[in-house]
Design a protein around this ligand. Sequence first.
Ligand code: ZN
Length: 439
Amino acid sequence: MNPFSVTAPSPRARSAALDLGEFVTASPSSFHAAREAARRLEDAGFTALRETDPWEADDVAGDHFVVRDGSLIAWSAPAGADTASPFRIVGSHTDSPALKLKPNPQLGAEGLAQVGVEIYGGPLLNSWLDRELRLAGRLALTGGATVLVDTPGILRVPQLAVHLDRAVTKDGLQLDPQRHLQPIIGFSPVDVLEVLAHHAGVARREIVGLDVVTVDAQAPALFGADEEFLASGRLDNLTSVHAEVEALITVAGGARRAPAAGPAPIALMVANDHEEVGSASRSGAAGPFLEDVLVRLHAALGGDESSRRRVFASSMVLSADAGHAAHPNYPERHDPVTRPRLGAGPMLKINAQQRYATDGVGVAAFVAACEAAGVPHQHFVSHNAMPCGSTIGPITATRLGMTTIDVGIALLSMHSAREMCASADPLLLQQACAAFLRG
Ligand SMILES: [Zn+2]
């Protein structure tokens, strides 16, 4: 291929971006993201532990993972890991903004069958219009079992024609969240639960609970004169989940150097659900999942509360979440000096109000990881008059008391049904995460 610009991705970066695309396609919901992460880890030799089983030293040594609903924690404990081994943790979130099915989702008008939805998180609602949408998530069945469900693109929210909405050109699109977002699924009547049952391979009468979202059906694709960019849904934050899974697999499979001081760290990843709605849930970062697993893991190695507190004090968290690149059409929305670029490597995200957990000590740890990996890095800080997002970083730091660093790759169109990043960045984040996990 002829490179037309200076930033054509390397073959290795390009294949990492395509692999991220496959990860996104396999992960239409948080439950699927946890399952796909588990599948990749299992293929790499990690074994599943269940929270309902007792964990002894033999159970937690080596490479393992635990799934709780739409969240996953995995770790690789080096040979000789003991009650003095600190944790090196990379965290992210599995959920993305979406339209989510209501209970009793049957609706319809004008001879068309529709699906009742509510809004999950903060989607750019216009981007959900005029796209074929998949239904994906988890069904709870009579008797307590659960099953994942995933349909092809069978829904659509059609935008009102411009002829019937003359104000749209002047005033912009106005969407009433109750009346204007209900997707069409067919000619009336269509039994939505029957459709879900069919795609899940269960009987309709078995379905008693729904955790199902609608997501863009279009496959991720590289684009740009040199395929410099990746267009895809859910880059916030599957870029980070994918990077930490691949980084942990790399670290677990490689030889580990003895650290300069102290025992080799236990490399661990957490991917929490519900970040887009504030993280307060049993599987979200404000819940006890990560602390539960860390406490049990440390106890299984023979530690007590005192040794655990010492280990927590010497552990660190890298909270990876997508951030904003400076937008060429809206240059005034960004800090005048710090202008993150697509393709320039992971961003260190900094905010004086602690919307990001990064402090100077954390910056130094991440810069050291980037230098060890030969990865460029850049800074993100908000324009003072703009609101700032947040991440699992400050919540995790508050729960565990560990030094926490917020990082992530730069996106445009964040919270669109189809976001974009540079093809070069997924590999760079992966390499930085691996270096951080090695300690
Ligand atoms: Zn995010």
